[in-house]
Design a protein around this ligand. Structure first.
Ligand SMILES: [Zn+2]
Length: 322
């Protein structure tokens, strides 16, 4: 074989053995990435947020995801850093678009960081019972939706229900209840159907034997007209009020088409994003388990395995005894 052919082959092999070149955010933030160490989880969080903000490519977003996962992993075991773990989980919700993952990450943030517990009006000292405010609020939403205004008004007249609804006015408005509390009151006053009294049908005039047709006012569906989005928003809010985790199969089916529930187990976060929770150190474009990358990486490098060293034989007795 000619010398130049061999030279090209050696050069190509050398090129293959090099780590992949890094570009984009990895290149721009090279020094900050290299300075990271798991004693300082907040540094992973801050850099992850910066890169997530500036991300232009899938590789940048992937790097931001890895940083946020590692921030979470480094912080979750340290009581003083629980807020960092919670913030990392919440920052991940901006990188993953699916509603289900967002809910899971939010639950995760609350699990690791008690200060992210739900606001007081949603505090759940006991499961929702027919006497609890959460239950009654969920019932009001359902009553108004079905046009059962009289029952809704009875519940709305209760002081604790009214106060709770007033406290969550903005949440109502963003959960498909147009106009928040005042919108609820308006709809409760408007229904039941003045034409059919919620019977859904009206009798045709002058026809014997009697015949019925759909009510001309409510078209057989009393209550405010809702878009699918608003309806789902309301069902989601009710599900949250009634203990959050879609324990009612009907609410779950309506909100996420019955997907299995995922448990917010902090140990599972890194795995969910395919991040190795043992590799905290960024070295020239790859994550390592030790600061000097000394731990052998799972796939062996392009090197022949070293021959096994012969076992050391004990020195002869006479030389040791001298
Ligand atoms: Zn009607």
């Amino acid at each position: 074989m000619k010398a130049w052919v061999i030279a090209i082959m050696v050069l190509s092999a050398a090129a293959l053995a090099q780590p992949a070149p890094f570009v984009g955010a990895a290149q721009q933030h090279h020094d900050e990435l290299t300075a990271l160490n798991p004693q300082d989880p907040q540094a992973y969080l801050l850099l992850g947020e910066v890169i997530a903000d500036q991300a232009k490519t899938e590789a940048d977003r992937r790097l931001a995801t890895q940083l946020l996962c590692l921030a979470f992993e480094a912080a979750r075991g340290k009581p003083a850093q629980h807020s960092v773990a919670g913030a990392a989980a919440m920052a991940l919700t901006d990188l993953d678009g699916t509603e289900k993952t967002k809910r899971w990450l939010t639950a995760m943030a609350r699990t690791v960081d008690p200060s992210r517990a739900e606001p007081q009006w949603l505090a759940k000292p006991a499961p929702a019972s027919p006497d609890s405010s959460q239950y009654q609020i969920a019932t009001v939403l359902g009553m108004v939706r079905s046009g059962d205004g009289a029952q809704a008004r009875t519940l709305l007249a209760k002081r604790e229900v009214h106060e709770s609804l007033a406290a969550m006015d903005r949440l109502l408005a963003s959960s498909g209840v147009t106009g928040g509390l005042s919108g609820l009151e308006r709809e409760a006053a408007k229904w039941s159907c003045p034409t059919c009294g919620n019977k859904r049908v009206v009798r045709k005039q002058g026809v014997t034997p009697p015949e019925y047709r759909a009510c001309t006012n409510c078209a057989g569906a009393p209550g405010p007209a809702l878009s699918n989005e608003d309806l789902i928003g309301q069902l989601r809010l009710e599900s949250l009020l009634l203990q959050g985790l879609q324990r009612s199969w009907a609410a779950q089916a309506a909100t996420d088409r019955g997907e299995p529930l995922i448990d917010p187990d902090p140990v599972a976060l890194c795995a969910a994003f395919q991040v190795d929770p043992a590799k905290f150190y960024w070295r020239e474009g790859q994550w390592c388990a030790t600061p000097d990358c000394s731990t052998p990486a799972p796939p062996p490098p392009l090197k022949a395995p070293e021959p096994k060293k012969p076992t050391v034989t004990p020195a002869p007795k006479d030389s040791a005894a001298q």
